[in-house]
Design a protein. Structure first.
Length: 276
């Protein structure tokens, strides 16, 4: 069947003045003229996304939305009504987050993490910000140091709650964050630790050799951009180091040591100089 709220491949069945009708198993859905490729033939297959338009009619588009039904995504609120808030997922029609499905009152211009669903009464896409019932608490399938996708959820006193691989809840500690994070941001991360209670600690910093190489390149790039010298060194303030290089002072000194041994830099208390 043609599925609402999902990407799918459908065949061109017939043409009309305002587009073509795509078919699957005897069902049809309109693909408007503006989404058609320059050349096509009856029987061609197209990958499309199907949803309900303003008149509650199924319609296909070739636009790539931010997510499909079942996905957890970050989306910005475009307007708010008495019965809910509407979020932009990259389609002409915004998606409703009903008032009862909001964990806090949503505000225009802010981004929230939501799960896309189908309202089975209307067959329209809707979303919920109440995610806890969708979180898998069995974290035993995760492994330490495993590479994962991290979706930033919301700020806490300890750091940021995140969604791991669209399924699990995790935490990035504040003292391990060296960039600005906002709800809805997606990062590549690593499982740092799975605690005895099953809770998961995550890091978005590269691990081991990869981390050193990435950080070394970043320091060298900044030095080159600043004429081969910068006023930060072995005894500089940790907050100043974090602001410029997005790393802890401990890691900063470790990387500096490697660059010094490689003959790339000279290190002073409050200065680094790129060797010619």
């Amino acid at each position: 069947m043609i599925e609402i709220g999902r990407k799918q491949t459908l065949k061109i069945g017939r043409t009309v003045d305002f587009g073509v009708y795509l078919t699957k198993d005897g069902e049809e859905v309109l693909l408007p003229q503006k989404y058609l490729p320059e050349s096509f033939e009856i029987g061609d297959e197209l990958e499309v996304f199907v949803y309900k338009d303003q008149q509650n009619r199924p319609v296909a588009v070739t636009t790539e939305p931010k997510g499909q039904v079942g996905d957890i995504i970050g989306a910005e609120v475009t307007h708010v009504t008495d019965f809910g808030a509407f979020i932009d997922i990259g389609l002409e029609k915004d998606v409703l987050v009903p008032k009862k499905e909001q964990s806090v009152d949503m505000e225009v211009g802010r981004t929230y993490v939501v799960k896309l669903l189908i309202d089975h009464m209307t067959e329209r896409m809707v979303a919920t910000a109440k995610l806890h019932s969708f979180i898998n608490e069995d974290t035993s399938v995760l492994k330490g140091r495993e590479k994962v996708e991290v979706l930033v959820w919301h700020k806490t006193d300890l750091g940021f709650k995140v969604i791991i691989n669209q399924e699990f809840e995790g935490l990035i500690y504040e003292n391990e964050i060296f960039e600005r994070l906002r709800a809805g941001d997606v990062r590549e991360g690593y499982i740092k630790e799975i605690r005895p209670d099953g809770k998961v600690d995550v890091t978005i910093q590269p691990r081991g050799y990869e981390a050193v190489m990435d950080s070394s390149a970043a320091i060298l790039n900044i030095l080159e951009e600043n004429g081969g010298e910068i006023d930060l060194g072995d005894k500089s303030n940790p907050d100043e180091i974090k602001a410029v290089f997005e790393m802890s002072k401990k890691n900063f000194k470790k990387v500096l040591g490697g660059l010094y041994k490689a003959g790339r830099i000279e290190i002073y208390d409050h200065r680094i100089v790129l060797k010619k």
